[in-house]
Design a protein around this ligand. Structure first.
Ligand SMILES: Nc1nc2c(ncn2[C@@H]2O[C@H](COP(=O)(O)OP(=O)(O)OP(=O)(O)O)[C@@H](O)[C@H]2O)c(=O)[nH]1
Ligand SMILES: [Mg+2]
Length: 334
């Protein structure tokens, strides 16, 4: 497998699209093979700049991304796009919408567009997206753009792993931003009020600015707010410039290094927690000391807190843990 993987990575590095597609599939599927693939691509990662584009359904994210791709291509940059839709059960091929919206770029060898939908196993979509970003990064793309529909925790999690977060809203989104995940507003570096050809854009810009004025901000970056009409190609060039300003601000202050280091750390801990959680559940589902304690807890014979504390300080628990670990031939499965 490993020699085969190395070959695949080599082909991907030479720019073979099919190889990149296959690697992305492996990485998406998770499990032992994904772990191996990530190991194989690791030394080629770190070169890409990652932009996240999120916002409510139909806000014009794909249209905006389409224009951005054109601007990056004109600047001589290669681009990888991950279009993520956590609400759709489909994966693999491109969604119809993305195909139509980004049509002009599908034949460009400097652009690779991937759609992704299914919730993965352990860790779900965020983990799949993070891993896919690394595969795209290793394929020597200068720019990676991740589009997600901003509806919940998944998007906030995904946006935490990108360098610049662009939130696309529409003039009517005034009420939506009140209910929108506060987290999303906190992580936004740039707000785009798209469809500014419709009434109310100016008002939303003022509202956002007022909101940001009250929010705590980093001294090196004041979140930008702008209007755009992606469909009419108005304002996206400004967005393109502001993204680059943000990139410069990140790099200039060594915040990019810090941000990426924190991200790696987070992902390490998250994965450990998730995997340990899976193992723990298997352990309690199987006959043994831990399962016996669980039964007592369920029957009210023992305090859950006390029982958990005792189990953790107990050698038998570690023994069961190791045994369960041994029963798993494929580390990272799920
Ligand atoms: N009036 C107007 N319509 C726009 C503008 N930008 C995009 N649209 C239209 O809005 C619709 C949705 O655009 P998309 O780019 O697919 O939006 P999206 O946010 O990617 O949508 P999802 O991925 O489905 O959430 C399309 O019909 C676009 O043509 C704009 O500036 N003005
Ligand atoms: Mg879209």
């Amino acid at each position: 497998m490993s020699a085969q993987l190395d070959q695949l990575v080599e082909k991907m590095r030479r720019g073979e699209r099919r190889a990149l597609g296959r690697l992305l599939t492996i990485v998406e599927q998770g499990g032992a093979q994904a772990v191996q693939a990530l190991e194989a691509v690791h030394r080629y990662t770190g070169g890409a700049y990652v932009i996240g584009v999120t916002g409510p359904p139909g806000a014009g994210k794909s249209t905006t991304v389409d224009r951005l791709i054109a601007l990056y291509r004109a600047a001589g940059k290669s681009v990888g796009v991950l279009a993520v839709d956590p609400t759709s059960p489909f994966t693999g091929g491109a969604f119809l919408g993305d195909r139509i919206r980004m049509q002009q770029h599908f034949l460009d060898s400097g652009v690779f567009i991937r759609s992704m939908a299914t919730r993965g196993g352990v860790g779900g979509l965020p983990r799949m997206v993070k891993a896919s970003i690394r595969a795209l990064d290793a394929s020597a793309k200068d720019i990676i753009i991740v589009e997600t529909v901003g509806v919940g925790q998944t998007e906030v999690e995904v946006m935490q792993v990108v360098d610049t977060v662009v939130v696309v809203l529409v003039p009517e989104a005034g009420d939506a931003i009140q209910t929108m995940k506060a987290g999303l507003l906190e992580i936004a570096d740039i707000f785009v009020v798209n469809k500014a050809d419709r009434p109310g854009a100016g008002r939303l810009v003022s509202e956002l600015e007022a909101m940001l004025h009250m929010a705590e901000k980093a001294p090196w970056w004041q979140p930008a707010v702008m209007e755009a009409q992606a469909l009419n190609d108005v304002g996206v060039d400004q967005l393109f410039r502001v993204i680059q300003e943000h990139e410069q601000a990140l790099k200039g202050s060594s915040n990019l290094t810090r941000k990426r280091r924190e991200r790696q750390r987070q992902e390490f801990f998250t994965t450990l927690e998730e995997e340990a959680g899976v193992l723990l559940k298997r352990l309690t589902a199987r006959e043994g000391e831990v399962a016996a304690v669980l039964t007592k807890v369920e029957q009210g014979e023992e305090d859950p807190y006390v029982a958990a504390a005792r189990v953790l300080s107990d050698g038998a628990f570690l023994r069961d843990w190791m045994a369960e670990r041994g029963r798993r031939p494929n580390a990272g499965d799920g």
